[in-house]
Design a protein around this ligand. Structure first.
Ligand SMILES: [Zn+2]
Ligand SMILES: [Zn+2]
Length: 147
């Protein structure tokens, strides 16, 4: 038998199935090696390209964020939403940089501060027996803290 590629004496009989078509080929050592190499080369999947996402507000790249775990601005949350969802369990344990949560805490604190101040004013108004003023403050407190 001769090699189907180069006509040299064939040493290998190869059965290949591509898309359901089976072909039988006689190959010499050299062509067989070459075919194996080509097969390996072509069967390697090209690396899927990851689309780079960039925060439109602060230009932080998603790849940068994935590396560092830090967000450039609160808008990054929206921009990298998909990636963050996947990363969240990892990030929660390693960093405290969570602006959304942080902002909520700040809001909560300022409300508490305001309530403290109003309660003090209410106390003072009552001490001064200024019931009209006390009533006003009381309403403000109820607005902030409707329990
Ligand atoms: Zn050959
Ligand atoms: Zn950003």
């Amino acid at each position: 038998m001769k090699c189907y590629k180069c006509g040299m004496p064939a040493t290998t009989f190869v059965t290949t199935t591509i898309n359901g078509n089976t072909t039988q080929q006689y190959l010499c050592d050299e062509c067989y090696r070459q075919q194996q190499h080509e097969f390996y080369f072509h069967s390697r999947q090209p690396q899927p390209k990851v689309k780079e996402v960039v925060c439109p507000q602060c230009n932080t790249k998603q790849s940068e964020f994935l590396k560092t775990g830090f967000l450039g601005c609160p808008n990054c949350y929206k921009a990298f939403e998909g990636a963050i969802d996947k990363l969240l369990p990892k990030i929660q344990g390693s960093t405290t940089h969570v602006p959304r949560k942080h902002m909520g805490v700040v809001e909560e604190e300022s409300r508490t501060e305001k309530l403290k101040r109003l309660n003090l004013q209410l106390y003072k108004a009552k001490m001064a027996m200024d019931y009209e003023q006390a009533d006003k403050i009381f309403k403000q407190i109820k607005e902030l803290d409707p329990k």
